[in-house]
Design a protein around this ligand. Structure first.
Ligand SMILES: [Fe+2]
Length: 280
């Protein structure tokens, strides 16, 4: 185990208190009801002047927070993969918390995610839950099925002789760390993956056209008419689309959850269509 033993223990206690005990008390009904909720597909179109013209109309399937484990077994991941593939994305972005607690069975998760289809590739960053037990195991299992794990780095994808830079930053809860990591990349990404939406503070200051994040689960309990009013009140960016100085952030509600209750906050996959506002 190369994770954080104390945080891992705390997460296991929280899991027992908020997930296992309530589920047992309801005879398994809580979990069953939770998993009956269909995964919604949200379509968002945004544009930016610095988005390369060759990548105008790029379709990105954004999936996050599977929390593979007690509340999300292989069948649920398969459902998400089928929904994502049906959108025929050019690129897939996975923004962390792929597993919930133990990393031992993560090969089963990645066997499902290996079925994702996107000609420009599948990119991933780690979330706080991926770091709890054995992050190196998670990274190795992802890479074994051809997923590109971005650990504070950028790579280029090519189309019609033009390059799009895709960057990813590792889990962090400090805006200062995000800024440092982005600076250390040495090149500004067109597309940034970050588990924590806090990264948008630094990304928008740099002029990153599009940042994709998860982590908040949309608060899991939200107001029916105002989804951005939700339980994730320690976060500024909790759910949906945000804009600052022309940079955009999308925070997905995610596919899974760490406790089996979502109210006016269904699980979600986002399909982003990114337009270039550059003059041709
Ligand atoms: Fe999460």
């Amino acid at each position: 185990m190369d994770g954080h033993p104390t945080k891992f223990l705390r997460a296991r206690i929280r899991h027992a208190l908020f997930t296992v005990v309530p589920d047992r008390l309801t005879g398994g009904r809580l979990r069953a009801r939770h998993l009956r909720q269909p995964i919604e597909l949200t379509k968002i179109t945004v544009g930016h002047v610095d988005w390369p013209l060759a990548f105008d109309g790029l379709k990105i399937a954004h999936l996050s927070d599977f929390h593979f484990g007690h509340l999300a077994a292989s069948e649920r991941i398969r459902e998400a993969v089928i929904t994502a593939n049906a959108t025929e994305p050019d690129l897939v972005a996975l923004t962390g918390d792929l597993i919930d607690l133990h990393a031992d069975d993560c090969g089963l998760l990645f066997a499902e995610l290996a079925q994702l289809q996107a000609p420009l590739g599948i990119f991933m960053v780690l979330g706080n839950h991926d770091h709890l037990h054995a992050p190196r195991k998670v990274i190795a299992a992802a890479r074994a099925v051809g997923i590109t794990v971005l650990m504070n780095e950028c790579i280029e994808v090519q189309r019609r002789g033009s390059a799009l830079t895709v960057g990813g930053i590792d889990w962090s809860n400090r805006i200062k760390d995000d800024a440092l990591r982005l600076r250390e990349m040495g090149v500004m990404p067109h597309l940034l993956l970050a588990h924590n939406p806090k990264a948008f503070a630094s990304a928008s200051a740099l002029g990153v056209p599009l940042t994709l994040a998860g982590h908040t689960h949309g608060g899991q309990i939200a107001r029916r008419t105002k989804p951005q009013h939700n339980l994730a009140f320690t976060h500024r960016f909790t759910s949906g689309l945000y804009e600052r100085d022309g940079s955009h952030l999308i925070v997905t509600r995610g596919v899974g959850a760490w406790f089996p209750l979502r109210v006016h906050c269904p699980p979600e996959i986002v399909l982003v269509e990114m337009r270039s506002l550059a003059e041709g």
